[in-house]
Design a protein around this ligand. Structure first.
Ligand code: ADP
Ligand code: MG
Length: 460
């Protein structure tokens, strides 16, 4: 064939291919990589596929060439030897974006949500977290695959599944996705999601109320137990004992257990050995900081969900700026959304730069954030001396700055809890751990705290 094929035929062909690809990818993957893609040309056994940005181009080239080749064979009568991917804005912007398939999926989701929402308190499951809207990339592939396998055959493959990794990287999301999928596929299963802190509180409360038997019944009769942030069980001896028995009971009955933690089991301090060894029985999967490509994919996805329109330069710019935490990435997007709504104008790279100005400084400054610098800046900010903040005095005007210092040492200087303890004149690492955890929680709703931390970071 020497003549180029006409456009409507090409569109039809691509539609068929996308229809099939949609079936084998998640919604997130599909939207990220295929939306806006199109066939530019087909001639002389060679097909050229346009992608809406350079990253999609590379991604499709690397991950989907074979699949597309196979599908071309199925839908095109003549042999095609070569596929070329190229960056090209789609002139026919709406040719697949508004297709029935995507809008159907949206309706499907929104139809289900009220019903799902009603069940949150019962199981602790939040329908917002699904496998479908989890973007898979370097850094989380293993954890995703393990979580998916567990959700497909609960209690049979990896037990327990232990997922660990830094803050805001999707541990809770994956764990909840396991619960949500099992709930959807096997509605008769009893699923319980609980934070470790709540587990501890429930346990203590049950002792006080003389209702330990009820507590045991609650936790030992579920089919799937999801316990989030298990690191908080460190040093809690009686809770560990209780959890040990809960674990055994469930495990022996082939009930699925999923745990998340900010570090691997071996690094959990003050953990009983018998519990440690059980945590290591099944599958241990880590989640690492996503690479740029994955961050871009996540960003594109979330922006689309929120209805924020970003060009590819802006996406790359934001993804380069926010590196360590997907939650932070979401925070930025919310800021942008607010801006877009208030000003009723599309976002340009220029105004994104302005909106994020402060945060860029923070990111650039990170390189200079040595422990000594942080110490100095916290002291200067609160007008106290280094001796005071490092002392054991527990007056209020010192406790707060000290907690902030711990938080910064952990999150900015990447210090471990024991190292922070040492830096603070030999304080116990569990004290540090709790101080950091407390601030990490509070920072989301305590504006004063957030500002204090931001200002100190900026001055560094
Ligand atoms: P963690 O429990 O590890 O601290 P979360 O699961 O709470 O982190 O994730 C923080 C936020 O980032 C959540 O809103 C989550 O949906 C989102 N998130 C993290 N990783 C991904 C991903 N790969 N794809 C989509 N969203 C993600
Ligand atoms: Mg979490």
């Amino acid at each position: 064939m020497t003549n180029p094929v006409d456009q409507s035929q090409l569109q039809q062909l691509w539609r068929s291919i996308l229809g099939e690809i949609e079936l084998i990818t998640t919604k997130a993957e599909f939207n990220t990589w295929f939306q806006g893609s199109h066939i530019l040309e087909l001639k002389e056994k060679q097909i050229t596929i346009g992608t809406p940005n350079g990253f999609a181009k590379i991604w499709l080239q690397q991950k989907f060439t074979d699949t597309i080749k196979k599908l071309l064979k199925k839908y095109w009568p003549e042999e095609i030897e070569k596929i070329i991917f190229t960056y090209s804005k789609n002139k026919n912007e709406n040719n697949y974006n508004n297709s029935n398939t995507i809008s159907l999926r949206k309706t499907e989701i929104s139809n289900h949500s009220p019903q799902q929402q009603a069940t949150i308190p019962e199981f602790g499951l939040n329908p917002r977290y699904t496998f479908e809207n989890f973007v898979v990339g370097q850094g989380n592939e293993l954890a995703f695959a393990a979580a998916k396998a567990v959700a497909d055959s609960p209690g049979l493959i990896y037990n327990p599944l232990f997922i660990y990794g830094g803050v805001g990287l999707g541990k809770t999301h994956l764990m909840q996705a396991v619960g949500n999928q099992i709930k959807a596929m096997l509605p008769q299963k009893k699923i319980l999601y609980i934070s470790t802190e709540k587990f501890i509180n429930d346990f203590i409360y049950s002792i006080k109320q003389n209702s330990v038997n009820e507590f045991k019944r609650k936790y030992r009769t579920v089919d799937v137990l999801l316990v989030d942030d298990i690191q908080f069980i460190s040093g809690k001896e009686s809770t560990q004992e209780e959890f040990f028995h809960t674990f055994n009971e469930l495990y022996q009955n082939n009930k699925q257990i999923v745990l998340t933690s900010d570090r691997p089991p071996k690094e959990l301090e003050s953990l009983e050995n018998r519990l440690l060894s059980r945590f290591e029985w099944g599958m241990i999967a880590d989640i690492r900081t996503p690479d740029l490509e994955t961050r871009i994919a996540i960003l594109q996805n979330k922006a689309q969900d929120k209805g924020i329109i970003l060009d590819s330069d802006s996406v790359v710019y934001i993804a380069k700026m926010v590196q360590n935490n997907i939650r932070e990435l979401e925070g930025f997007l919310n800021k942008l959304l607010a801006y877009q709504q208030i000003n009723n104008t599309p976002l340009t790279l220029e105004n994104i730069r302005v909106i994020m100005g402060n945060n860029i400084k923070v990111n650039q400054a990170k390189k200079n954030l040595t422990p000594q610098n942080l110490l100095n800046n916290v002291c200067k900010y609160f007008n106290i001396s280094a001796d005071e903040i490092l002392s054991k005095t527990r007056t209020k005007h010192l406790v707060y700055p000290r907690q902030i210092l711990c938080y910064l040492l952990k999150n900015e200087a990447n210090y471990s809890y024991p190292a922070i303890g040492k830096f603070l004149n030999g304080r116990d690492h569990t004290t540090i751990l709790h101080a950091v955890a407390k601030l990490e929680k509070e920072i989301h709703h305590n504006e004063q705290l957030r500002q204090d931390i931001e200002t100190i970071k900026k001055s560094s």
